[in-house]
Design a binder for this molecule. Structure first.
Ligand SMILES: [Zn+2]
Ligand SMILES: [Zn+2]
Length: 283
């Protein structure tokens, strides 16, 4: 199968070759899918191999690597209203064509090897015309009761203006999408000010979750790491940053600003934390 499904402590992790994770929380009545990845493979079949319960879908934010698979589902996809426009742009035909092109030449960051991340039976035209799925706005405090499992929406802006995280209350686990991490992208048009990002981290810290689970990192993060990410944001100095290469960052001269004089070469070392900011970051 294109997707790799792993049973974790109280939820399922659905991973894809292009290093994006979706998460599935199942209750006695309903199931909830957090993010739909790029959706190159048959995500619906992957989800249905785990549960036949009625499904709720929530997008942590509007980026294409979190909403691309929405179109496979008839069910409503919940997203914060501030990210609906972003989702429409990222699920447009033009955007999808660009993504496919890049997916065919994916690079493994650890080994540097190039690979094709598309499945063998990939239907390019259907994918390109897929659209956004059935979007419905959701906001801070909304609660999904799945039957013995409760998932609550917490606004976590910074990476995007409509970023949300999902708190699985019974387990005290927070699914954070791209809200933070050792290498968080804050350079895009849709990002907020650094101050708002720092405030969000403080709020996340106060939540005191048992684990903070990101969409691109197989290792759950813990509360103390949030302190490192706060430092990275507070100490960020564009003039000392390292140029960041990405088609998304082409017009804003983004740079990676890491703590303690580290560079991207140190990315896999413990204690690495950075923010990727634009030339004139909104402070
Ligand atoms: Zn993102
Ligand atoms: Zn992402």
């Amino acid at each position: 199968m294109y997707y790799q499904i792993e049973k974790m402590d109280g939820y399922y992790r659905i991973g894809s070759p292009e290093a994006v994770f979706s998460y599935l929380v199942t209750g006695s009545e309903k199931a909830l899918l957090i993010d739909t990845g790029y959706g190159y493979g048959d995500l619906k079949a992957a989800v249905r191999s785990v549960t036949d319960k009625p499904l709720i879908i929530v997008n942590t934010h509007g980026h294409c690597d979190h909403t691309g698979g929405n179109a496979q589902f008839e069910e409503t996809c919940y997203i914060h209203k501030e990210d609906i426009g972003l989702c429409k742009e990222h699920c447009s035909e033009e955007y999808r064509r660009g993504n496919i092109e890049r997916a065919m030449h994916s690079v493994n960051y650890e080994t540097g090897e190039e690979f094709n991340a598309l499945p063998e039976d990939f239907n390019m035209e259907a994918y390109c015309l897929g659209g956004t799925g059935k979007l419905e706005p959701v906001s801070d405090g909304a609660c999904f009761n799945l039957g013995g499992a409760t998932v609550k929406v917490i606004e976590t802006t910074g990476h995007t203006r409509g970023g949300i995280s999902l708190l699985y209350e019974e387990k005290n686990i927070l699914f954070i999408g791209d809200a933070t991490g050792m290498f968080v992208w804050l350079f895009a048009e849709e990002s907020t000010s650094l101050k708002e990002y720092i405030n969000m981290l403080e709020k996340m810290y106060e939540l005191d979750a048992k684990a903070y689970i990101g969409a691109h990192n197989p290792v759950p993060m813990h509360r103390e790491e949030l302190k490192l990410f706060m430092r990275a944001a507070k100490e960020a100095d564009y003039s000392k940053g390292e140029p960041f290469e990405s088609f998304l960052a082409a017009d804003c001269e983004a740079r990676v600003c890491a703590i303690d004089g580290m560079t991207m070469k140190d990315m896999f070392k413990p204690g690495f934390a950075s923010v990727v900011i634009r030339k004139d970051p909104v402070l």
